[in-house]
Design a protein around this ligand. Structure first.
Ligand code: FAD
Ligand code: UDP
Length: 368
């Protein structure tokens, strides 16, 4: 008999959801994380009384009522609605692309006028089936919006030409011909009042957690638990033996400013190529903070190499094919369950991570 039923590698949202559900079913779990805190990428650090989203701005949004009810067991959400603004040179526009954006861009008032301008701008381009991000963006919003609000930002963010990026990336953004600055179309949205940490703390309440503990440095790892739930990088688990999966990384430059309100909004995108960062986050505005100081983070996109923090999986054909080969090894690995953004090599938002963890739980405990 081993001491634990499950060794859960990673105290992020996937690992914590699995641990919480396993404990409810009477299972004994050990959760480890190589970082010095729980929460994975949703971790918030308190600076000057402000919850700073240490690994990038996180806004919870979902259309899935089950997931919404599930997270609401662990915290109360505020009524934050993400409405970023974009700055291009000295011009300021509302996002996502909507009547406020078009009105500012062209001095017009009605959807009919906006559509007429867009159609006029794209009629000579003859794009029928958009083959890449540039063609997709042009065919949706025309040349002015593309040149000012998309091209520079996207090329900074992905460090690739818009012609070399898949069309679907830009379709993540809503396009509306109404005066509505809500960045998401989801039914439910908000930020946990008091930050994200309480969700993970409550999920892991009463469960043994060891921080600063890297799975790959554990001795006799197979003797610890009956099964392993692994939410780290799947290729690293198999010693990169089929090749290395690529990620895009992000670097944050944080500053504490001795003023109450720096930019008047949580998210401001800088869409011109010449500004080196993509956006500036002012964390207090996620929770309508009134602290005397403020904390901002400038985000710089960066190439990833082994040892860096892996942020965004690069789900192009090459990497997806390689992932499929690792997935096959994972299916054959006895007693190991892979999950989460890194274990599944998927660009999951938080709601999708919870759905995926609950699905894993259902499968794992279907006979109990
Ligand atoms: P993670 O949070 O990455 O947790 C994995 C954990 O495993 C980490 O703590 C890591 O330290 C640990 N680990 C890895 N390897 C080992 C090892 N060998 N030994 C021990 N521990 C290990 N989602 C939204 O819904 N809305 C947003 O606005 C949003 N914004 C985002 C912005 C950024 C910049 C990023 C990167 C992601 C964003 N997401 C957002 C996605 C969200 O962060 C993820 O869906 C979620 O946090 C993933 O949870 P996870 O448990 O799968 O992974
Ligand atoms: N995008 C853009 N201009 C902006 C914001 C977004 O061109 O001001 C594009 C960019 O290509 C980005 C995509 O829209 O990758 C999706 O935006 P989202 O905010 O969802 O990106 P994320 O940071 O979540 O990848």
């Amino acid at each position: 008999m081993k001491k634990y039923d499950y060794l859960i590698v990673g105290a992020g949202l996937f690992g914590a959801t699995f641990a919480y559900e396993a404990k409810k079913r009477g299972k004994k779990c050990l959760v480890i994380d190589k970082r010095n805190h729980i929460g994975g990428n949703i971790y918030c650090e308190s600076v000057e009384g402000i919850n700073v989203h240490k690994y990038g701005a996180h806004i919870f949004h979902t259309s899935n009522k089950e997931v919404w009810d599930y997270v609401n067991q662990f915290c109360e959400f505020n009524n934050y609605i993400n409405s970023p603004v974009a700055i291009y040179k000295d011009e300021l526009y509302n996002l996502p692309f909507n009547m406020n954006t078009f009105s500012k861009m062209w001095g017009i008032k009605t959807p009919k006028e906006a559509k007429a301008i867009i159609n006029e701008q794209i009629k000579e381009l003859n794009i029928t089936e958009p083959k890449n991000l540039e063609e997709q963006a042009l065919s949706l919003v025309g040349t002015d919006v593309y040149e000012k609000l998309i091209k520079g930002y996207t090329e900074k963010q992905w460090q690739r030409d818009c012609k070399d990026l898949p069309a679907f990336i830009i379709k993540r953004l809503p396009l509306r011909f109404t005066y509505d600055n809500n960045y998401f179309n989801d039914r439910y949205q908000g930020i946990p009042i008091g930050g994200y940490n309480q969700i993970i703390e409550k999920m892991l309440d009463g469960i043994e957690v060891r921080l600063n503990t890297d799975y790959f440095e554990l001795e006799s790892k197979d003797e610890i638990a009956e099964k392993i739930v692994f939410t780290g990088q799947i290729d690293r688990f198999f010693d990169y033996k089929l090749g290395v999966l690529e990620y895009r990384s992000v670097r944050f430059e944080n500053e504490i400013l001795d003023i109450e309100n720096y930019q008047g909004n949580a998210v401001v995108n800088y869409t011109e190529r010449e500004v080196p960062y993509t956006r500036v986050i002012e964390h207090k505005h996620f929770e309508f903070g009134t602290q005397p100081k403020t904390v901002i983070s400038k985000e710089y996109s960066s190439e990833w190499k082994i040892g860096d923090e892996p942020y965004y999986p690069v789900n192009n054909d090459k990497n997806n094919d390689l992932y499929k080969k690792y997935e096959k090894l994972a299916e054959e690995a006895k007693g190991v369950i892979f999950g989460g953004r890194l274990g599944g090599y998927k660009y999951y938002d938080m709601d999708k991570v919870i759905i995926s963890a609950l699905d894993t739980v259902k499968k794992e405990f279907s006979n109990d």
